[in-house]
Ligand binder design. Structure first.
Ligand code: NAD
Ligand code: AKB
Length: 315
């Protein structure tokens, strides 16, 4: 039986992925951790501990004491926040990964999951239908840390056999937990403001196309890549994921179908430069071929569910 450790369970992804993992492996077999308190449904449904992933001794203690076999390492500082505090963000993003990789090597853990991002690409990358293998010269602290992380997970696979599965998530859209300080956060904020006040001031320009994905598709892909037989994986860095490519204008038009009075204005800030350096759309054919990546949600369906769920949540 697998015994799972989730690091970063209180974030946008962890708050949903942890519950899915508990359904699959049993509540008591999924140890949830974060540096901040867990949402009530995680704290109430199974084990939770406060853990700073930089505290190597405590991390080791939990892994040994709980007989952990797999780690989902989700803790990171996202692109927007990382630009405000470059060196501490580099420290958190990189040292946490190295702590986890070293533990996995020493303790021969079964598998790791560590997410990468479309932030690994940069201004010199072809922006349309960005291939799996292409020029990668990220110019953000976050992007550099994700690219370095991809190189390290592949290194640990080749040198030590540590099996880390990884996805280059696009911007994730969800209704349970707010987004964690990234460049794609507008695509979550827009729904809350549309429902609360019928307008939204967007920090990216109207025609900024970025790849996005609805959380249920991201969770399914995460579980699928972790469950895939290793013989099917042709790479051990991180898989491209395309999702839905859209601009703030396109998303606003979809929202107007449900909230006709909705108005959007644009006031680009420092995140515009980051967004401009990222792909407009992604080629994820390698993931489709290797382990069957597929999506259930397009832009209209995702918008419909987001509006419905957020209306119910905030009343
Ligand atoms: P988030 O910011 O919402 O959650 C991260 C969690 O990590 C937070 O709950 C935070 O408290 C925790 N954390 C931060 N520092 C920690 C530390 N020192 N020790 C323990 N926990 C710590 O981020 P997310 O959106 O859930 O992202 C999870 C992972 O997925 C990250 O690696 C991120 O880079 C990656 N990712 C996310 C997206 C997205 O759109 N959400 C896209 C691409 C990649
Ligand atoms: C961010 O905008 O930083 C994240 C990401 C795409 O990695 N959502």
């Amino acid at each position: 039986m697998e015994k799972i450790l989730v690091i970063g369970c209180s974030g946008q992804i962890g708050s949903e992925l942890t519950l899915e993992l508990r359904k699959m492996y049993g509540d008591s077999n999924v140890i949830a951790t974060d540096i901040r308190p867990a949402p009530p449904d995680i704290a109430d449904s199974g084990p939770f501990e406060i853990l700073d992933v930089l505290d190597e001794a405590k991390l080791r203690l939990i892994v040994e004491h709980e007989h952990i076999t797999r780690i989902y390492h989700l803790a990171a500082i996202l692109s927007g926040n990382a630009e405000k505090r470059p060196l501490p963000s580099w420290e958190i993003n990189m040292r946490s990964l190295m702590n986890v990789l070293e533990l996995a090597r020493e303790m021969k853990l079964d598998k790791l999951f560590w997410p990468s991002s479309i932030a690994v690409f940069g201004p010199t990358t072809p922006q349309m239908n960005t291939p799996q293998y292409t020029i990668m010269e990220p110019n953000t602290v976050y992007g550099i840390s994700k690219l370095a992380g991809e190189r390290w997970i592949e290194y640990y696979y080749e040198k030590y056999g540590v099996d880390t599965r990884s996805l280059r998530y696009p911007g994730l859209i969800s209704y349970k937990t707010e987004a964690g300080g990234g460049t794609t956060d507008y695509a979550v904020e827009i729904f809350y403001d549309a429902i609360k006040q019928n307008d939204y001031e967007c920090f990216l320009s109207s025609e900024t196309a970025l790849p996005m994905m609805f959380m249920p598709d991201a969770i399914k892909a995460t579980i699928d890549v972790m469950e895939a037989d290793s013989s099917r994986l042709s790479l051990h860095s991180s898989y491209n994921m395309a999702g839905i490519s859209c601009t703030p204008h396109m998303l606003a038009e979809q929202i107007k179908k449900h909230i006709p009075d909705f108005e959007i204005t644009y006031k680009p800030d420092f995140r515009q430069v980051i967004a401009d350096s990222w792909p407009n759309s992604i080629d994820d054919s390698v993931a489709q071929k290797d382990w069957g990546l597929a999506y259930q949600y397009d832009l209209p369906r995702m918008t419909e569910v987001m509006i419905d769920k957020i209306r119910k949540k905030i009343g």
